[in-house]
Design a protein around this ligand. Structure first.
Ligand code: NDP
Ligand code: AKG
Length: 447
């Protein structure tokens, strides 16, 4: 086993030159179109595995999730009629610490989606070197069709069904698409009914209920730290005066947009599910004004300033940096062929398909990968969990400083590995993570 370990953690391998061919060459565009999201993630993992000289058994071990739970959730709707929903929790890997990852409430969430997102979590926590493994959960539900009371009942039902496999040292959920601090508070409350007062069972809670300062903004803020690091590494200078287009204007997209604008970045276009706003003026969209419009409950598609485009016309906007911050699988082959930006920064999880990724490489458009870009969320979740265990509260400045330090360090590791192996940043990121996950797995043993 120590032979395997030294192979696992040893340095470069002779196969690195073949990586692009070995990793993605075996996956044709046709296969990728048929494959689900999990297979897309696995393609990226396999490409990094081909760079590292790991024992062959490791491929199955790092790809296979440890546990997948599917539960039926029946609630009485407000009209008194029962309705059944499906919920999922996939625990991918816990070699480096308790399972960790968000909960997605969305009409298209399914087991395959959640499986892919769980796997990304294991490699994200490893890249940021926070002592967690990876998990993800979800419920197939259109939250826009449910009342707040119905969403609360559904959340509590979900906790009742998964309570035996979560816990502060077992598996710690957090927000993702369609969930927020309010949902995390219900999870904390429902779990505590069974196991006693347990703030550490979930992160992303409201700051007045054991949540951490800085968690709500953390993923967007981390994205902006990532953009700065990337621009600097490519010799471009700071974000000021660079142009941005942001797909998705929820928690992550809106925070990234707000912070970029504060730093002099020009946000030319933003979109959500309802449409796209575009402003080609010298200062772009007035982001605070747009946020005020949205906070009043008005649709983005009804924003009276700038120009209204169709939702997917955001991909046609010429900009320096395109930031997908919505759902996975949106950068497909046709999008990759036409997109008109210098860099893509994946604030969303899994936005680029493997075949589109190849097209972007051919076009020389660098991609800052999801497992790095959006890792600010889980990093501050880790800080929240630590505060919960200590029953202590840090200041916003302390949290944001820690976040910056960790995003900077992770960037350097990813960059160095990418340079060392002559591979794209995504493969560089996965090689760093895989080494850490495999080392922990092998050190802990299998008996
Ligand atoms: N929240 C977090 O801390 C983290 C989130 N992420 C990832 O970031 C991404 C966004 O998550 P988050 O901001 O939390 O989610 P939210 O639910 O807060 O926001 C999602 C946004 O995406 C928009 N959207 C949905 N479909 C489309 C579409 N087809 N085109 C354009 N916009 C669309 C939504 O629009 P509408 O409101 O109109 O439906 C909404 O603006 C996800 O990929 C998530 O996994 C990653 C790490 C942590
Ligand atoms: O904060 C967390 O624990 C996880 C957030 C998340 O789901 C993600 O990073 O994709």
């Amino acid at each position: 086993m120590f032979g395997a370990l030294s192979k696992a953690v040893g340095s470069v391998c002779s196969r690195q030159g073949q990586a692009a061919v070995t990793g993605l060459g075996s996956v044709t565009g046709h296969q990728v179109r048929r494959a689900g999201h999990a297979e897309n993630t696995n393609t990226f993992i396999r490409e990094a595995l081909a760079v590292l000289d790991l024992p062959p058994a490791m491929e199955k071990i790092v790809i296979t999730p440890q546990r997948e739970m599917t539960v039926e959730l029946i609630i009485n709707r407000d009209d008194g009629k029962p309705e059944s929903f499906m919920g999922y929790r996939v625990q991918h890997d816990n070699a480096r610490g308790p399972f960790k990852g968000g909960l997605r409430f969305h009409k298209d969430a399914d087991l395959d989606d959640v499986r892919s997102l769980a796997s990304l979590m294991s490699f994200k926590t490893a890249l940021l070197d926070v002592p967690f493994g990876g998990a993800k959960g979800g419920i197939t539900v259109d939250t826009k069709a449910l009342s707040e009371h119905e969403i609360e009942k559904l959340t509590r039902k979900f906790v009742q069904e998964i309570k035996d496999i979560i816990g502060p040292f077992r598996d710690i959920p957090a927000p993702d698409v369609g969930t927020d601090g309010r949902v995390m508070a219900w999870i904390f409350d429902e779990y505590s009914k069974f196991e006693g007062y347990s703030p550490g069972v979930v992160t992303g809670k409201p700051t007045w209920l054991h949540g951490s300062h800085g968690r709500e903004s953390a993923t967007g803020r981390g994205t902006v730290f990532g953009i700065k690091n990337m621009l600097q590494a490519f010799g471009e200078g700071p974000p000021a005066d660079k142009t941005f287009a942001i797909q998705g204007f929820g928690n992550v997209g809106a925070w990234a947009g707000r912070l970029l604008a504060e730093q002099g970045g020009i946000v030319k276009a933003v979109s959500d599910a309802s449409g796209c706003v575009y402003d080609d003026g010298p200062s772009g969209i007035d982001v605070p004004k747009l946020l005020r419009h949205l906070h009043r409950g008005d649709d983005l598609s009804k924003y009276p300033h700038g120009q209204q485009l169709l939702r997917d016309e955001i991909f046609d906007v010429k900009c320096d940096v395109f930031v997908p911050a919505a759902l996975g699988g949106v950068i497909t082959d046709p999008v990759a062929r036409k997109i008109s930006c210098k860099y893509i920064v994946e604030a969303a999880n899994g936005p680029t398909t493997p075949s589109a990724d190849l097209i972007l490489r051919d076009r020389g458009i660098p991609v800052l990968p999801d497992i790095y870009t959006n890792a600010g969320g889980v990093t501050v979740s880790f800080l929240e969990w630590v505060q919960n265990l200590q029953n202590f509260k840090w200041t916003t400045e302390q949290v944001n400083d820690q976040l910056k330090t960790r995003m900077d360090e992770a960037f350097q590791s990813m960059w160095d590995s990418s340079q060392e192996h002559g591979v794209p940043l995504r493969t560089g990121a996965f090689t760093v993570s895989l080494r850490r996950v495999v080392r922990a797995t092998v050190n802990r043993g299998f008996n």
